[in-house]
Design a protein around this ligand. Structure first.
Ligand SMILES: *[C@@H]1O[C@H](CO)[C@@H](O)[C@H](O)[C@H]1NC(C)=O
Ligand SMILES: *[C@@H]1O[C@H](CO)[C@@H](O)[C@H](O)[C@H]1NC(C)=O
Ligand SMILES: *[C@@H]1O[C@H](CO)[C@@H](O)[C@H](O)[C@H]1NC(C)=O
Ligand SMILES: *[C@@H]1O[C@H](CO)[C@@H](O)[C@H](O)[C@H]1NC(C)=O
Ligand SMILES: *[C@@H]1O[C@H](CO)[C@@H](O)[C@H](O)[C@H]1NC(C)=O
Ligand SMILES: *[C@@H]1O[C@H](CO)[C@@H](O)[C@H](O)[C@H]1NC(C)=O
Length: 442
């Protein structure tokens, strides 16, 4: 859960404060690992061409994944006590993203209801300066596969809900060091009244940060990811404003103007708006990360997932009253910008992912070309509220219960989380009839 907006450097510095040291072993530059050509010999062109040679693109340019077969590895049982399969994270957001979320573990913010898992902004903190909210992390970690989340995502009231993956512990400290050097995959992040989801991939590269230039002029690779690291994010809000590069269209939403709860019949319905239930799907393969909203999943007679087809494009069109990003204050793209229902990042064509190359090759001789996304990650779900520079509320301020007080009672309702793992495709074209479904029965 990360956003590289205008206030990002402030947030990153704040994040640093709580990160504990994760000193990585310094290893010799591994020449074999990159074959006959070192980055030092031929610059970016060399590693790019090597990567292109290695590229195994599974999703075609029209966003369709086919020619592969996936077996259901796990379907989370969301009707049982969440603590069976999830760690309920208790942590104040103070020094993470400065959102109002005080993640607690008291059964009020994370619970099962019928067949669903629910995360809830349950109440305001006693001093009104934060909001008690839910955050969970799966106990099981996964490497590669298809991850499907069927969720009713809460909107408005400055909510910032997210479905994402982190390696290692709660703080994302993994094989390649502390956050962000071990990576982060944000399948869905959406803020307030946005009609889109953002698909964001974050990595770090263990260099001394130059916050003013976002590491652009930093050349020295440090094998520790403790202080002064560089963060690389595919988030498309930068100093010049926001683009739709990382965004996929989900659903328009009109946020009610009323921020405080009034029990006036139909108004009550609008107090906690949500998107309808949608299915967010991530395909994570070696060197390729793709996210879809509501794709068609084709399941064959054996119960295997055999293709993923995107739904048609949509338009980011809900910006009826806003021209600036609510969190960053940065200019938004114009109303009515076409946005597809899926996004892809490939190591071979994503400079923000390639930026880790010197760090990985000089510090981790066993890292593959897909690093840091070549290690097991855990699933994370949470609801943040506000945070960073431009939002209406932030941690430690009464704005949490005033400007964002309407968030209390908002829920993320999760009806399915499934993980599919790739299995060798049987070459014989056993033209089995496929059943097309968008969500699987429980
Ligand atoms: C990289 O490749 C491009 C296109 O082939 C070329 O124009 C450029 O000069 C190359 N850069 C280096 C540093 O070799
Ligand atoms: C899910 O958990 C509930 C509660 O423990 C149990 O009754 C049910 O059988 C489980 N469902 C599956 C599919 O394992
Ligand atoms: C956040 O960081 C500040 C500055 O180091 C520290 O004083 C404060 O205790 C931290 N807050 C939390 C909740 O960890
Ligand atoms: C939460 O619920 C569990 C299971 O019902 C119970 O054992 C536990 O005491 C509850 N915790 C709190 C803080 O209420
Ligand atoms: C980084 O390396 C480039 C190319 O060697 C050099 O031109 C530039 O001055 C260096 N920047 C810093 C901050 O050392
Ligand atoms: C999106 O907007 C463009 C430009 O206004 C329009 O041509 C296109 O039909 C719209 N697409 C959808 C799916 O609404």
């Amino acid at each position: 859960m990360f956003a590289a907006w205008g206030a990002a450097s402030v947030a990153l510095l704040a994040f640093l404060v709580i990160l504990s040291a994760a000193v990585s072993a310094v290893t010799a530059l591994d020449q074999e690992a990159e074959g006959d050509c070192l980055p030092d010999d031929c610059g970016a062109n060399c590693s790019l061409s090597l990567l292109q040679r290695r590229q195994r693109q599974s999703v075609s340019h029209d966003g369709t994944l086919r020619g592969q077969r996936f077996k259901l590895l796990k379907r989370f049982n969301l009707s049982q006590d969440p603590k069976e399969e999830w760690d309920v994270i208790a942590i104040p957001d103070a020094n993470l993203t400065q959102s109002c979320a005080n993640y607690v573990d008291d059964n009020s913010t994370v619970f099962s209801r019928g067949k669903d898992l629910v995360l809830r902004v349950a109440s305001a903190c006693a001093d009104g300066k934060c909001l008690n909210s839910g955050r969970i992390m799966s106990k099981e970690a996964f490497k590669f596969g298809v991850f499907s989340f069927t969720v009713k995502v809460p909107k408005c009231n400055w909510l910032w809900p997210a479905l994402w993956l982190l390696p290692g512990n709660t703080h994302g400290e993994g094989e390649y060091g502390g956050w962000p050097c071990s990576g982060e995959i944000d399948v869905l992040e959406t803020v307030h009244d946005e009609s889109n989801g953002a698909f964001n991939v974050v990595s770090g590269f263990g260099s001394t940060a130059d916050f003013a230039s976002s590491c652009a002029s930093t050349n020295s690779t440090s094998c520790s990811c403790t202080t002064g690291y560089c963060t690389s994010s595919t988030m498309s809000c930068g100093p010049d404003g926001c683009s739709t590069a990382d965004k996929y269209f989900v659903e328009d939403v009109d946020c009610p103007k009323v921020l405080h709860e009034h029990h006036h019949g139909h108004h009550h319905e609008e107090i906690h708006p949500s998107w309808k239930e949608h299915t967010f799907v991530l395909s994570w393969q070696d060197g390729e990360l793709v996210t879809w909203v509501d794709p068609t999943l084709s399941i064959d007679e054996a119960g295997d997932l055999v293709s993923i087809t995107p739904k048609p494009d949509g338009n980011i069109s809900a910006r009826k009253h806003q021209t600036r990003d609510p969190l960053s204050g940065l200019p938004l793209p114009n109303n009515g910008v076409a946005a597809p229902s899926w996004k892809a990042y490939r190591r071979s064509t994503t400079p923000k992912w390639q930026a880790v190359e010197p760090f990985m090759s000089s510090c981790f001789d066993e890292a593959t070309s897909a690093a840091p996304f070549d290690q097991a990650f855990k699933l994370v779900l949470n609801i943040a509220i506000g945070g960073y520079g431009g939002a209406a509320c932030h941690w430690g301020d009464e704005s949490c219960s005033t400007a964002c007080g309407g968030a209390v009672g908002s829920e993320m309702v999760v009806s399915d989380i499934s993980v599919w793992q790739r299995t060798p495709t049987t070459t014989a074209a056993t033209a089995t009839t496929t059943t097309t479904i968008t969500t699987m029965p429980m």
